[in-house]
Design a protein around this ligand. Structure first.
Ligand SMILES: [Zn+2]
Length: 65
């Protein structure tokens, strides 16, 4: 890995007023988590979606058959 962070400060003027709290804890996602947004928290870690939380916990999406 090694590309776990992309904080090279690329400009994003539209989202300037959004304060970033952290990144999604699920390592393959890393979406930014913003203050004031509704997100998922588990055990002190933040996730951008329930899907990320589920995958982080080891759950996998399968088609039932
Ligand atoms: Zn995520």
């Amino acid at each position: 890995m090694g590309l776990d962070r992309f904080e090279y400060g690329f400009p994003d003027p539209q989202e300037e007023d959004l304060k970033e709290l952290c990144a999604c804890t699920y390592e393959w996602c890393n979406n930014p988590i913003y203050f004031g947004e509704i997100n998922w928290q588990f055990d002190g870690e933040w996730f951008c979606s329930s899907a990320c939380l589920a995958k982080y916990l080891g759950a996998t999406e399968y088609e039932a058959f």
